[in-house]
Design a protein. Structure first.
Length: 507
């Protein structure tokens, strides 16, 4: 099982290559000399350096107190998660999986070897508690590809202790700067090694991180910026989904929906003969991600409403029945989802998204003014929402209204995403529309959840009845869900009236 450690650290360089006295740093009672460690690390990447382009580092290190395989994933400036696996001869499967969305079908190869003599100091407080580890690293870098260039340098690294206060690093930095030490110009040792050991005129091409896009000026620029953001979200969330991080599956699913909705809303900007097939693949991925999502939502809702019932209204082993139902398919779901993320179909989709962003299928309207092209698309989407909401409010209570409200919810969500993409171009009006569509989606989502919960309650009640258990409480819950849905339907006309009155649809 991989172990994950949050690293908060800063790197520095000094012309003197020495460590100034840190006993004067506020809070530091003692600086303890921990001796010199000899570290030897081989960094792995693809031939075109895809991991480096994504600011990911994968290494096999010996020496020191944490020998093993390490994958470092950026979280924020100066903050990385280090995922560790024990030493082995080959890249551990878990770590290879976590970088698969970047590596795809390419081979991971030894790229750089870093040998460091690390002179370590511990900064501790008056109680002997570790505040930070400071090291002076004498680094020798050797490129293992492209002709084998070398480089040497010395750097200072300050790593915050586990559960330490990040503000302490500011105090250390103040002392270092006063002594003439300056922040490193490289984000990591690997980044510096790659830069300083690359042979001039090397024939091999490096997969560079895409340059920051210029300030959007056309309708196409704005739409592509939103599409690119969703592509990036899918790639960045892939490792989190594999690790079962909280809310990661839902967030990736939302990114696929946002991109697919954008293709449909802005069909005058991006050629739908190209984007529709991609949209179908995104729908497939969203479906795979959502296999357990509906059951999770139903379980959470049923657990909540059951907890609100007086004990006198609870009859039979309903809590046990609910747990059994909730866990019925959980056992193999993680393996199934990892299989999806390792599949050729998913990796091909990622390649397709990269190609789409690199060479977008722009139509003539893409060159148009954002205010005209994007504004027209958003108004068109809102018109569809309006028609569906009016249809739902006129329909008699029952399945027809339920279906109409569900369709209105889906269109409201699409309009929300279209307005999000439009916000940088259209400003406050699009932002207001996105906000109102989010509120409408939430209201109608509550109604749809009630519909689905009632379906689930009927199923559970039938199973309980067949087992000779009381179905009384299922009926109580069903009645409450009916009331909840009726409350949404009663509130909708006033909510809708307010949305229209805001006039945000004039974006």
């Amino acid at each position: 099982m991989a172990d994950t450690k949050r690293e908060i650290e800063r790197k520095y360089e000094s012309d003197e290559s020495g460590l100034p006295d840190l006993t004067g740093v506020a809070g530091v009672a003692t600086v303890i000399d921990k001796g010199v460690a000899h570290l030897d690390a081989v960094y792995y990447d693809t031939a075109d350096e895809r991991l480096a382009a994504a600011s990911l580092t994968l290494r096999r290190r010996t020496g020191g107190s944490d020998a093993g395989w390490h994958l470092k994933v950026p979280v924020a400036p100066g903050v990385r998660d280090e995922i560790r696996e024990p030493l082995s001869d080959t890249v551990p499967r878990t770590l290879a999986g976590l970088v698969r969305s970047r590596v795809r079908e390419a081979e991971l190869l030894p790229a750089v070897r870093l040998r460091s003599d690390r002179d370590v100091r511990h900064l501790v407080d008056a109680q002997g508690k570790l505040l930070a580890e400071v090291s002076v690293d004498a680094v020798h870098a050797e490129r293992l590809t492209d002709g084998g260039g070398t480089a040497q340098w010395t750097e200072i690294e300050v790593e915050l202790a586990d559960d330490g206060d990040p503000a302490f690093l500011d105090k250390v930095e103040k002392r270092l700067r006063k002594a003439g030490v300056r922040p490193s110009s490289s984000a990591s040792k690997l980044a510096r090694a790659l830069a300083e050991t690359r042979p001039s005129g090397s024939g091999k091409k490096k997969r560079k991180a895409p340059p920051a896009p210029e300030e959007p000026s056309t309708a196409g620029d704005h739409v592509l910026a939103y599409v690119r953001a969703q592509r990036d979200a899918i790639l960045e969330l892939d490792p989190a989904v594999r690790q079962d991080a909280y809310d990661s599956v839902h967030r990736m699913r939302v990114a696929t929906r946002r991109m697919r909705s954008t293709f449909r809303s802005y069909g005058k900007v991006l050629d739908r003969t190209i984007t529709d097939p991609i949209g179908e693949e995104l729908r497939w991925l969203a479906g795979e991600l959502g296999v357990d999502r509906d059951r999770e939502v139903m379980t959470e809702r049923l657990t909540t409403v059951l907890g609100e019932l007086p004990r006198t209204l609870i009859s039979g082993p309903i809590r046990t029945r609910l747990r059994t139902w909730a866990n019925a398919r959980r056992g193999g779901s993680r393996r199934r989802l990892i299989g999806v993320l390792d599949s050729k179909r998913y990796l091909a989709l990622l390649d397709t998204l990269d190609a789409l962003v690199a060479e977008p299928p722009l139509l003539p309207d893409a060159a148009g003014k954002p205010e005209k092209v994007i504004g027209k698309a958003v108004r068109k989407d809102f018109g569809k929402v309006s028609a569906l909401v009016e249809e739902a409010m006129e329909a008699p209570p029952g399945p027809d209204r339920d279906l109409a409200l569900h369709e209105a919810r889906k269109k409201a969500k699409r309009t929300r995403y279209a307005a999000e993409a439009a916000t940088p171009a259209l400003g406050a009006s699009a932002r207001a529309l996105a906000k109102s569509m989010k509120s409408l989606t939430s209201l109608l989502g509550d109604h749809q959840d009630s519909v689905m919960v009632r379906v689930t309650l009927r199923e559970l009640s039938a199973v309980a009845h067949a087992a000779g258990e009381s179905s009384f409480t299922y009926g109580v819950l069903y009645g409450r869900e009916e009331q909840r849905a009726a409350g949404v339907e009663a509130a909708l006309p006033e909510v809708w009236k307010g949305i229209v009155a805001e006039g945000s649809v004039q974006a």
